[in-house]
Write a protein that binds this ligand. Structure first.
Ligand code: APR
Length: 190
């Protein structure tokens, strides 16, 4: 029997939450979020893709931020230009490394999503695109990360209605998309 298609879109207050599979560097959102590390000096995964696609101005601005305020703690977020990408800003956040789940990883991951949305509101961004933070090199189990992410996004949008009209989760592979579809149904299902 054909598995019924799970929803890829939901509403939180006046905003839409949308799931899609793709490459975040090509998103025409006002702001795209980077899963960075505390040094902000770039890396692999989506961090590497964003710096490659956006060009050197992003790293220049990251260096200025770190010179001024030091390394970015996990859960915090800062904004730079998006350089050559269609987006206007990159919001760099640092997710938790998975250490088994008893070191407050869920709270830090939720804080990374919420901090990024707070920075987006301060910028006046109306559309924000996220990757799946911490589920690559940082090893966070995808199903749990998706639940934490969507609960945090829903709460933040409902507590601060208005500025942000759309939050996109841009997933890079079918497995991660499926995990977020399930979490969307669990988080937003009536
Ligand atoms: N667009 C969207 N998602 C992407 C892209 C892309 N172009 N490239 C990779 N991803 C996905 C990965 O498949 C994964 O699902 O982003 C998710 C997060 O994986 P990572 O990029 O490894 O990020 P994270 O797990 O948070 O680890 C961060 O990795 O790259 C380094 O400097 C970074 O030290 C930091 C660590």
């Amino acid at each position: 029997m054909e598995e019924e298609a799970r929803p890829r879109e939901a509403r939180a207050a006046s905003a839409r939450v949308v799931l899609l599979q793709g490459d975040i560097t090509t998103q025409e959102a006002d702001a795209i979020v980077n899963a960075a590390n505390s040094s902000l000096m770039g890396g692999g995964g989506v961090d590497g893709a964003i710096h490659r696609a956006g060009g050197p101005r992003i790293l220049e601005e990251c260096k200025a931020i770190v010179d001024e305020r030091g390394r970015l703690p996990a859960g915090e977020a800062v904004a730079t230009t998006a350089g050559r990408m269609p987006a206007r800003w990159v919001i760099h956040t640092v997710g938790p490394r998975w250490q088994g789940g008893s070191r407050g990883e869920d709270g830090t991951l939720a804080h990374a999503y919420r901090s990024s949305l707070e920075v987006a509101r301060e910028l006046g961004a109306h559309t924000v695109a996220f990757p799946s933070i911490s589920t690559g090199a940082y090893g966070y189990p995808v199903a749990e990360a998706a639940r934490v992410a969507l609960a945090a996004i829903r709460a933040e949008l409902e507590e601060h209605p208005g500025t942000i009209a759309e939050v996109r989760l841009v997933l890079h592979d079918p497995h991660t998309l499926a995990a977020f579809e399930q979490a969307l149904a669990d988080t937003f299902g009536e």
